[in-house]
Design a protein around this ligand. Structure first.
Ligand code: ACO
Length: 277
């Protein structure tokens, strides 16, 4: 099923709980122009509260995932238009980082091809990344006479080890999906022919879990990383209480009952049996 809304630069397709968000400028290798930033911001805001979306997969049309910022339309064309530059720049940061990083359901970057420059921000904002073995990644900014800006250098510090990050920022050398998996920039890489199937497998695994708990688990992990120990301890205690109070499935009680009283499952080995709401 496809959403009622249509966008110039993005396609949205829904299938059994997975919403496929497809960057759709294949003729420009899905480079991000201002229109794409506005479209993506709208798409993500809509999907945050869309009941049919249980897992979001971000991918690209054609042979590219995303060729980074559009050098013609996002950079050169806005050089002498400060107001438009600011507006497009804000939308660009808002969807690629803030909204995607805190999206209330699990997100998977399915990297089907080129991933350059500014594309590293949404890559790292997604909870998971799965790549085609032959996908090509590159921090190519150095080749353009710029450095990885926006938030790229900052998010790289979270997602790559120090030596690898400095190496690729300064050389601009491209690397493939296999290497990205070896460096843990992506969770795993698979032959291109299996990419969709393996992504669906991961999405289905996530859909077996309690959605409220998934949301809380990602929020807690992502936010705690920049807190000190006292703040993290207090925040997690409060968040745990909030989760118990707001979880419509009452997952904690249900899981405990199924393990201790009904002896139906082993929590270390799989999700508790969720009942239809
Ligand atoms: N910005 C603007 N246009 C782009 C971009 C981009 N980032 N990437 C590709 N395009 C356009 C090309 O200009 C070309 O347009 P045209 O048909 O009007 O001439 C079209 O997409 C196809 O590009 P080709 O280079 O012909 O495609 P090919 O498949 O041979 O190569 C590749 C693809 C490797 C992605 C190449 O286009 C490339 O190196 N692009 C730049 C990638 C990059 O360095 N991005 C980082 C930008 S800086 C930043 O994001 C902060």
């Amino acid at each position: 099923m496809t959403t009622a809304k249509t966008y110039k630069t993005v396609k949205v397709e829904r299938e059994e709980g997975i919403t496929w968000v497809i960057l759709n400028r294949p003729e420009k290798r899905n480079a991000m122009n201002p229109q794409l930033h506005y479209d993506m911001l709208d798409v993500i805001v809509e999907l945050e509260t869309d009941d049919e979306t249980r897992v979001l997969v971000l991918t690209g049309a054609g042979d590219s995932w995303c060729a980074g910022q559009d050098l013609r339309e996002f950079f050169r064309a806005l050089d002498d238009k400060p107001a438009e530059r600011r507006r497009a720049g804000w939308a660009s940061q808002e969807w690629r980082w803030r909204r995607l990083f805190t999206f209330p359901k699990p997100t998977i970057a399915m990297v089907n091809g080129y991933c350059f420059g500014g594309a590293f921000t949404p890559l790292i904002a997604c909870d998971f990344a799965v790549a085609a073995e032959d996908a090509i990644f590159g921090l190519s900014e150095i080749n353009w006479g710029i450095f990885p800006g926006g938030l790229v250098s900052r998010v790289l510090a979270d997602a790559m080890c120090y030596r690898d990050a400095v190496y690729y920022i300064l050389t601009g050398d491209p690397f493939d999906g296999k290497k990205a998996a070896e460096m843990k920039l992506v969770n795993f890489a698979v032959p291109r022919a299996k990419l969709r199937e393996e992504t669906i497998k991961l999405a289905k695994k996530l859909m077996e879990k309690n959605p409220q708990t998934l949301r809380a688990a990602k929020e807690v992990y992502k936010l705690c990383r920049t807190m000190d120990y006292a703040q993290a301890e207090d925040y997690m205690a409060a968040k745990g209480t909030a989760l118990r109070a707001t979880d419509p499935e009452k997952g904690r009680e249900e899981g405990t009952k199924q393990f201790l009283d009904e002896k139906k499952y082993r929590p270390g080995l799989g999700a508790y049996q969720r009942r239809a709401k």
